[in-house]
Design a protein. Structure first.
Length: 185
């Protein structure tokens, strides 16, 4: 079983991106177990002063969830042309401790939806960049940016959309395949 931690960049309960994460969970291919990690809301803003010998309990729990996962799926909207602060903050916490972080070498894919005509590609590019700098093995070929989300999903849940189903299954399959690849030397 491939364990995938899903981090949603929108905290809003009725967020399209939260629903997109739900679609990924609902339509996960056999052998892949994605689950949303809700605790990123509890992470304080990253501050090296509080990340010493006794980091906050929320950071310890988050890092353990990442360490226990085989891969990470970031599901993000676009806020003011970039990724939401809550998701960037989670990536910052995941990047430490330097040299031994729980995201180091871990396969990461980025998907999401936004109201605009490009579906949040700037946010997705920034999320891939930040995760890569943090040490993750970013799957650059996985690109799922669903445009005009408010209109497209006004009367339907993303899990009921055949195209979304195929896209999220493809992203999860790519993550599972990446976990089977040996780490680069």
């Amino acid at each position: 079983m491939t364990n995938v931690v899903v981090l949603v960049g929108s905290l809003r309960a009725d967020s399209i991106n939260r629903k997109l994460a739900e679609a990924a969970i609902h339509h996960a291919p056999e052998g892949i177990a994605p689950s949303v990690y809700e605790g990123i809301v509890d992470l304080p803003f990253y501050n090296e002063d509080i990340d010493g010998d006794t980091p906050p309990a929320s950071a310890v729990a988050f890092r353990k969830a990442l360490a226990d996962a085989d891969g990470v799926l970031l599901v993000t909207p676009e806020y003011n042309g970039t990724l939401p602060a809550v998701l960037k903050n989670a990536i910052d916490w995941a990047s430490r401790p330097f040299g031994a972080s729980p995201i180091s070498g871990k396969p990461v894919a980025v998907i999401g939806s936004a109201f605009g005509q490009y579906g949040g590609v700037w946010a997705h590019d920034d999320a891939r960049k930040a995760a890569g700098i943090a040490g993750a093995k970013v799957l650059e070929d996985v690109k799922v940016a669903i445009p005009q989300s408010v209109v497209r999903f006004a009367e339907t849940h993303p899990r009921e959309d055949d195209e979304v189903t195929q896209l999220v299954q493809g992203a999860l399959t790519a993550l599972a395949e990446a976990t089977a690849e040996p780490a680069a030397a």
